[in-house]
Write a protein that binds this ligand. Sequence first.
Ligand code: FES
Length: 320
Amino acid sequence: MSINTEIPVRVAKITPVAEKIRRFRLERLDGQPMPYFSAGAHVVVSMHDGDILRRNPYSLMSAPYDSSAYEISVLAVENSRGGSAFMHRISEGDELRVSQPVNLFPADHRGRKHILIAGGIGITPFLAMMAQFSRDNVAFELHYAMRSRTHGAYWQDLLQQYGPQRVKTYFDAEGDRIPLNAILDNQPLGTHLYVCGPAGMIDGVLLAGLEAGWPRENLHSERFLAPPPGQPFKIWLEQSRLSITVGEHQSILEAIEAAGVDAPYMCRGGACGQCETTVLSCDGEIEHNDIYLSDEEKAERRKIMICVSRFKGQQLALQL
Ligand code: FES
């Protein structure tokens, strides 16, 4: 992605939808329609927060066939690196930039039925998927786990819109649990399963699916990892001939962008592989925080995903 393809937008509407969750309606400044997207897609929102440029990915939750605006929902996370806190400070009328939509979590249209399993704010890509499935008359059901009735977003609307046969809700505060094994055991051949939510939930659902004999290609997940904080460190960019310090709450990618160097990215969350960068030399330990590289690749120390990984040591030189 590049800043040249970003779309300037205005925050047309902000709606509080649950405890710590706000929905944003983003309309183009030039009045043109938004690019169409496929359900499951996300955009990266660029936020100018004083001198700092923040870029966070958010799933598109509006209907894919509605090009009048994009809608996203943002949870105010504790220990925010700044992005979600920024989104909870802004007002209607403020201007932002969004990337072109990218889909790393598409529905498999060969599926005879689709099971959607959401945890918390992981509901957002499923809102777009359900709109599309419903319009296409495709069989689906949603299993949606939330902390409590006040923490959960959209569940009343979804129950009303799609009915209790297709929408099942589970509240941690009331001791509910998603009956995963029963769900996995009772599906027609050709069913696809999608999970989005906290990492532990995703891992548990995928493992349970495999143990129940589901084909790996019928199990889909989406997770974006936030770049973890850590001690500041220096890197050397060989092609740019630049030495850069990566701050405590910065990713390598963010430090590079702040220095005016363009680097490719899509998810900014360690999942897509787009920001893979060649390591030219490494005197120290790379902290591989991504879920893209294999264990063997991580051990070789020849590649690094600069959106989430960090470094501890004397010297790290990158081909950038
Ligand atoms: S941008 Fe997707 S893994 Fe880094």
